[in-house]
Design a protein around this ligand. Structure first.
Ligand code: GLN
Length: 480
């Protein structure tokens, strides 16, 4: 069963090849045997109860498309009555009193939550080594990082201990782990999926999305995730199409842009070869390739690492030891309570970012850092706007290297460099995808597809056509 895609599982449930309870139990058994540390919480009892309910709905014919399908939920989404930690000691004992809109949507379709996946603390990281619950391992090689921050979700889908998972992407956290674990990940246009109940990191950049094995599955799952939500003021009112409708369109005449800045020094040769081979595959399908330029994309790292910390320093101020989350023992007074709860509850990287953000937003430095970063952000967006006047889709690498060794990148700035190809997409609010495109040094490598605003259908179509011609997305890591 675990080798079936979501589309395959939907068929299997429909044909009564297995019940949702059987399916759920099968996945729970696999999770229990897994050594990847992909889950923070496994919600066995809840999952079996949900599966039971799903089976009843199916028997009565009251089901929707995804009823009874199990999934893994990134531990950043609030789930009523279930621990929601965001990978932090700060929220280690936090049981959410309400559901995120996304959790609510999945529950109302009677989908089955297997558990909550491991992640970098408050989604800050590129390797999943910043989790309070320890690092996640890459299923292709247990000594390697799975990518971050949705590393638990990516590892779970790649190792087939969950049919699909949710992720969030503030600067690459869906695409980068998808690339390094060999799965398909889609970060939709900013505002496409509600952020209500998704613990905030950097609100102007955060966006949820599906992490699946195939593009077809991503389309199916996006249908269940997308849509306007009055509880999120940045959620888009734009209507959602059926994302599975355009998958079979021909790519003949599709104009693909390759940003010359993405193929310069710093890009691993093996990764470059995989990307160029994938581009050739697209050419053979009738796509036309041309060079484009994103001159400001090389400023994405300094720009993002001002904007995101500024927003996080504001968002994370709510964790003060008073309202919810960790509280230090025996505080002397209120100042001591704040100081020790925050310094004991947050990890190193989170504290680093809060300090950078608070500094950059302070009266004397606001213009020099935050305002300037916002101006460069605008220039980055304009580069894309210009490029999309002549091409339909932009392609390039997701990550400059394949997965690196756990513990090997020690200084934070070197870690930030891993985000070079993903950040500008968030800064511009565009949709982006990673699809499995080959291997370098026996590790999976993803191809990045970037589309104009609201072009998810075209991206999914472009990805699906590639997956009809290649089988990278079907390769699976060692049986675990
Ligand atoms: N690696 C980036 C960061 O650490 C992006 C993380 C994300 O997308 N959540 O901020």
């Amino acid at each position: 069963m675990h080798n079936l895609s979501v589309a395959g599982l939907i068929k299997g449930l429909k044909n009564k090849d297995f019940s949702s309870v059987e399916l759920t139990q099968h996945y729970l058994n696999r999770i229990n045997k897994s050594k990847l540390n992909a889950f923070i919480s496994v919600t066995d009892d809840l999952a079996l109860a949900q599966a039971n309910e799903a089976d009843l709905k199916i028997a009565k014919g009251n089901n929707t498309f995804l009823t009874g399908i199990p999934y893994a939920h990134k531990d950043i989404f609030c789930t009523k009555g279930v621990k929601t930690s965001a990978g932090s000691k700060m929220l280690d004992s936090f049981i959410s009193p309400y559901d995120a809109t996304l959790s609510h949507k999945f529950n109302s379709e009677n989908m089955v939550m297997l558990g909550k996946t491991n992640m970098d603390e408050f989604a800050m990281g590129s390797s999943n080594e910043n989790s309070y619950y320890g690092p996640v391992k890459n299923p292709w090689n247990l000594k390697k990082i799975p990518g971050g921050s949705s590393g638990g979700s990516a590892a779970a889908v790649a190792s087939r201990i969950a049919p699909f998972a949710t992720g969030t992407d503030t600067g690459g956290s869906i695409r980068q782990p998808a690339s390094l674990c060999g799965i398909t990940g889609l970060k939709p246009t900013y505002g496409r999926i509600s952020r209500y109940g998704m613990i905030a990191y950097a609100s102007s950049l955060d966006q949820a999305g599906p992490m699946t094995r195939t593009a077809e599955d991503a389309a199916i799952v996006l249908n269940a995730m997308a849509g306007f939500d009055s509880k999120d003021s940045t959620s888009a009112t734009k209507e959602t199409p059926d994302y599975t409708n355009q998958l079979t369109n021909s790519l003949d005449g599709l104009k693909i842009g390759l940003p010359k800045e993405f193929f310069s020094s710093g890009l691993d040769e093996g990764v470059e070869k995989v990307v160029m081979d994938a581009i050739k595959e697209y050419e053979s399908m009738g796509a036309k390739i041309q060079e484009v330029s994103l001159p400001n994309s090389m400023h994405a790292i300094p720009t993002y690492y001002i904007v995101a910390p500024c927003e996080c320093s504001s968002n994370l101020s709510r964790f003060d030891g008073v309202r919810y989350g960790y509280r230090c023992k025996d505080p002397k007074d209120l100042d001591d309570l704040y100081l020790r709860s925050r310094s004991e509850g947050f990890g190193k990287e989170v504290k680093r970012r809060i300090m950078i953000g608070a500094y950059a937003l302070s009266a004397g430095y606001y213009d020099a850092y935050y305002l300037k970063a916002q101006k460069v952000r605008q220039l980055i967006s304009e580069d894309f706007k210009k490029a999309f006047q002549s091409v339909d889709v932009i392609m390039g690498p997701v990550s400059p290297t394949p997965a690196f060794d756990l513990g090997s990148v020690k200084d934070p700035v070197s870690m930030y460099l891993a985000d070079i190809y993903t950040l500008s997409v968030n800064l511009a609010g565009l949709p982006g995808m990673s699809i499995p495109a080959g291997f370098s040094k026996e590790l999976p490598v993803g191809l990045q597809l970037i589309g104009n605003h609201w072009s998810e259908e075209l991206l999914l179509n472009t990805a699906h056509q590639f997956q009809l011609k290649t089988d990278w997305h079907t390769s699976s890591p060692i049986e675990l």
